[in-house]
Design a protein around this ligand. Structure first.
Ligand SMILES: Nc1ncnc2c1ncn2[C@@H]1O[C@H](COP(=O)(O)OP(=O)(O)OP(=O)(O)O)[C@@H](O)[C@H]1O
Length: 263
């Protein structure tokens, strides 16, 4: 279980997250959604131990993040964090990278070899799997990053924007199906961020909607849609956060057309 309690965080003089309280039960998949710049990545950075909250705590299975070396090491064995743009050892092949990461998480070596093969194949990286990562395209780097998070077999996955970064339709489908499978298995806890609700609607049990650094809503996907009287999560978010966008677009088109008529 993950518990985020009374978190407040700021950059310089600017508060970015305020009054953040929520829990993620074991086996749940939570999607943190909300507009650009609203604090999704910052929240995941705090949950991953990448940074400490200015106030408040993040606990994973009862241990407070960054409270001691012993606690942090124990948390890291059961948790994997994948940033949106991870660092890669560019002179290592994709396969070696996966095997190295898996070893760090103590995955038995025989299992590791097979899992690496399967992941490379699912993400269409077979042909380039034995080339240095420096030769990978943007989308291929995104894919090898996703494979590295999956090969750890960690019980808690914290994924920042797993659907961004140039994934092709096959990569998107593979990632969605794998997340769906993990959600259904209920032995993995997944927290992911995305600014695009339609990408998470199929895979998340619950959504946490952040707006301007505070929690606007934390509920199941179905309840969020029902409360907003919206058929899709995308439309629910538009109603909740961007109700003025439609008006602004209409104003913009009126202005554009007026310009065309005048010229
Ligand atoms: N290192 C930093 N220094 C100063 N301000 C920062 C820093 N990182 C983020 N911010 C600011 O904090 C706010 C939240 O940023 P964050 O990256 O958490 O948002 P986000 O919801 O993940 O956005 P996006 O959907 O665009 O990825 C933004 O206004 C951003 O400008």
């Amino acid at each position: 279980m993950i518990e985020v309690s009374n978190v407040f965080h700021h950059y310089g003089l600017r508060p970015v997250l305020q009054d953040i309280n929520f829990e993620v039960d074991a086996g749940q998949t939570l999607a943190i959604i909300g507009p650009n710049g609203t604090g999704k990545t910052t929240l995941l950075d705090l949950m991953s131990g990448f940074a400490s909250p200015a106030e408040g705590t993040v606990s994973i299975n009862g241990r407070v993040r960054r409270s001691s070396v012993e606690n942090e090491l124990a948390i890291r064995q059961e948790t994997v964090f994948l940033p949106a743009e991870p660092w890669f050892p560019k002179n290592m092949t994709g396969r070696d990278f996966l095997l190295g990461v898996g070893e760090l998480w103590s995955v038995p070596v025989r299992r590791l070899f097979e899992h690496a093969d399967r992941l490379l194949s699912v993400f269409q990286l077979d042909a380039i799997g034995d080339s240095d990562i420096s030769a990978y395209s943007t989308g291929q780097r995104k894919k090898i990053g996703l494979c590295s998070a999956l090969i750890c077999e960690a019980s808690i996955l914290l994924l920042d924007e797993p659907f961004s970064g140039g994934l092709d339709p096959a990569g998107l489908t593979a990632m969605k199906q794998i997340l769906k499978y993990l959600t259904e298995r209920q032995d993995r806890t997944v927290v992911l961020t995305s600014p695009v609700p339609e990408l998470v609607e199929e895979v998340a049990d619950e959504v946490l909607i952040l707006n301007e650094g505070t929690i606007l809503k934390h509920d199941t996907v179905e309840n969020v849609k029902r409360d907003a009287e919206a058929p899709t999560l995308d439309e629910a978010l538009r109603k909740l956060i961007f109700p003025e966008t439609e008006h602004e677009l209409r104003d913009y088109f009126t202005y554009e057309m007026a310009g065309e008529v005048a010229s």
